[in-house]
Design a binder for this molecule. Sequence first.
Ligand code: ADP
Ligand code: TRP
Length: 336
Amino acid sequence: MTDAQSKPNPGPRRILSGVQPSGKLHLGNYFGAIKQHIALQEEGQCFYFIADYHALTTTQDAKALSERTRDVALDYLALGLDPKKAAYFRQSDVPEVTELAWILGTVTPMGLLERAVSYKEKVEKGIEASVGLFTYPVLMAADILIYRSHLVPVGKDQVQHLEMTRDIAEKFNRVYGNVFPIPKERLDKESKVPGVDGQKMSKSYGNTIEIFAEGKPLQKTLMAIVTDSTKVEDPKDPDKCNVFALYSLFATPEEKEALAARYRAGGMGYGDAKKLLLEKINGYFGPAREKRKELAAHPDDVEDVLRDGAKRARAEAQATMALVREAVGMKASSVG
Ligand code: ADP
Ligand code: TRP
């Protein structure tokens, strides 16, 4: 196993990831992140959380934040997160992470944050350039390091944040001694799912296909997938088509090849391909939709899962903070 250098971390491989509750989860989130989060439950000690502190950089509406947080929790549980295997929790239920973020901030060079691509992109999109948005990567480093994680399954857009986390951890270890393992990202092969307009699918581009959309709204979204104006009878190039790219996420290699052959032969309209995509989505997410409805009817059970996850995560975070405080010359926290 080369995933970690990790002298300081005892025990099994730690896997950690977070998703911001900043809108309805979509196919990009699923194939880029959630699917592997769930598969990895079998492979290590997992910590997964809802990044609500991070979401405050963009969602500044109490009702929206709490609703989205609940939605993400329901989505994960419906999609197969097993709270017996993974600790699943709200980031803000482990407030120690903000303490670590402060301490890490004191060893983080300004230049490192100034090079952050995602900060620049968000500001270009009109998000306010707050201090929180600027120091977002430091809080993310704290998320990862406080659980002394080895492996962080994320989509491609998060790789720079992982590089920054490694730089920060190495700097801390150099200054104060070896406290943190050096974590690595794990990319899924579907690291860039296209949206209905062909750009990267993203909540902030308004081009998503929601995982839990169904019926008419789902149909409407699929009908809006942008295609070129090749006539029905003419041959089409599957590799240039968003519908085909999305279909490929669900299809077996044989099904994919069969549809590609129909594209190349001509005589099939994009509407037909969209229908096949709709069937795939319905088949794939049908059981999770039913499960989500059941879970939504029992909000107390969901709350119990999050509370229990937070308890496990917090114990780990407190153990790390004891090491960090000692390393920097502070006493262990005597409160709480
Ligand atoms: P969004 O861009 O919709 O705001 P987030 O930034 O909250 O999504 O991403 C949550 C997780 O889903 C991250 O690990 C991210 O890399 C992954 N992800 C988001 N969009 C995509 C996509 N289009 N393709 C692959 N992975 C994605
Ligand atoms: N920045 C991540 C995103 O937008 C969410 C996140 C916050 C995260 N903290 C994390 C992901 C720690 C992995 C590990 O997708």
